[in-house]
Design a protein. Structure first.
Length: 182
């Protein structure tokens, strides 16, 4: 089913699936993973993501996590999207292309930014590494992130994957915020 907004402005990616709304327990789990270093939650969350994918995990050729910029990785010490993608790919028997997509632009945190400012913040932020073009070209890619808010981040990442020749990009997140930016 397509929303009126998606009909008016089609997304760059081909489809989006999420486990839950970004509220209550789901929000608590995301925040524990992302801000409290609870990477032990990722395998359980990945299992739920596989179920919520409606078969798109089984149909994909490869799993790609949304990358962090190197500076953010140094301060956080782990990428929550990669923590979700790793057990998801392993359980599904799919290749994990953890380093195929790189964040080349150090972006501000998206929290608190409007949808327009989020899109501007991540514009041109991603590219596919030259050595990974063959792994992406013509493939059905599952792009994994923790939360879908306005779609700015996954749209910028999907745009880079499509420019590199991905045949299809399905976005799979643990949670989705419906009330606008968080």
């Amino acid at each position: 089913m397509l929303s009126p907004a998606a009909i008016a402005r089609p997304p760059v990616f081909d489809r989006l699936r999420a486990v839950a709304l970004h509220e209550g327990v789901a929000r608590h789990l995301v925040h524990r993973l992302k801000y409290r270093d609870r990477t032990d939650l990722a395998p359980m969350m990945a299992e739920w993501m596989i179920r919520a994918s409606d078969g798109y995990v089984a149909a994909c050729d490869a799993v790609v996590p949304v990358p962090l910029h190197a500076r953010r990785m140094l301060s956080r010490r782990f990428n929550q999207s990669a923590e979700l993608a790793r057990p998801l790919a392993r359980k599904a028997g799919k290749p994990l292309l953890a380093h195929a997509l790189v964040r080349v632009k150090p972006t501000r945190r998206q929290v608190g930014l409007s949808a327009r400012r989020r899109a501007a913040n991540v514009r041109g932020a991603f590219r596919v590494r030259k050595g990974q073009l063959v792994a992406i070209r013509g493939k059905h890619i599952l792009l994994v992130d923790d939360v879908y808010t306005t779609g700015a981040t996954v749209s910028a990442a999907a745009r880079a994957l499509k420019r590199a020749g991905a045949a299809e990009v399905t976005v799979l997140t643990f949670a989705m915020a419906l009330g606008g930016p968080i």
